[in-house]
Design a protein around this ligand. Structure first.
Ligand code: DX5
Ligand code: ZN
Length: 214
């Protein structure tokens, strides 16, 4: 089963409530929210209050992707704001085991994120602890970039590892996802597809979700 999570980064911010309602109506499973700090990545996006307002309007779970240096300082705040999944970058977390426990203690599902240049094997010790692994399929910071095919190796590693060790974390991909790249990811074991510009660029969003899930 494949799940779809539109990235609100590509939504029309002046009509965000309508964009959320339309996405839900189209049958998506999560709302993906990209939080950027202008430090870990060279862009700035949504803050805690924005996530709290989206949570009030949304009927489906918020999947919050923290592209922050020292994300541990903000976990509690995003959990209180209504995040259901919180994911942090391994590249930003020297104490990842502790950070994952912090996310769980805040009542959220815990995800760890890999940049395209990071080998998935670095996650081996933490994989039994996480609910989700988010593989970046572009370098984080901006929507509308092209999918990086070498990231499929990490996805295959993560899929094999969970089978070998009888683990049940979900594998999510983020960046450059369209119908074609979605198929490559699904063939490699991906469960959740994040799609920003591709999803919000569609007139027939329900048709798009149906095709992505196929
Ligand atoms: C990139 C973000 C992505 C981005 C994906 O840093 O994490 O979620 O919005 O956008 P598209 O689907 O346009 O590549
Ligand atoms: Zn993201």
């Amino acid at each position: 089963m494949t799940f779809v999570a539109p990235s609100l980064l590509a939504a029309d911010y002046l009509h965000l409530g309508q964009e959320v309602a339309d996405a839900e109506q189209a049958g998506v499973d999560y709302l993906h929210i990209d939080v950027m700090d202008g430090h870990f990545v060279p862009n700035l996006t949504f803050g805690i209050d924005m996530v709290a307002q989206i949570a009030k309007a949304a009927r489906i779970p918020l999947d919050v992707h923290l592209m922050l240096s020292q994300p541990e300082s903000y976990i509690e705040h995003f959990a209180k704001a209504g995040a259901k999944i919180i994911s942090v970058h391994i590249e930003a977390c020297p104490h990842i085991h502790n950070t994952i426990q912090q996310i769980k203690a805040a009542g959220c599902k815990a995800g760890v994120v890999l940049n395209p240049g990071t080998a998935a094997s670095v996650l081996a010790p933490i994989l039994p602890e996480v609910d989700l692994v988010l593989q970046m399929t572009v370098n984080p910071g901006f929507g509308g970039q092209s999918f990086i095919p070498s990231t499929l190796q990490n996805i295959q590693y993560l899929d094999q590892f969970r089978k070998q060790h009888d683990l049940h974390y979900l594998i999510e991909v983020d960046g450059g996802i369209n119908q074609e790249t979605a198929d490559l990811c699904k063939d490699s074991g991906v469960d959740i597809l994040v799609a920003g510009s591709y999803f919000f660029g569609q007139v027939d969003k329900a048709g798009c979700v149906e095709l992505l899930k196929k």
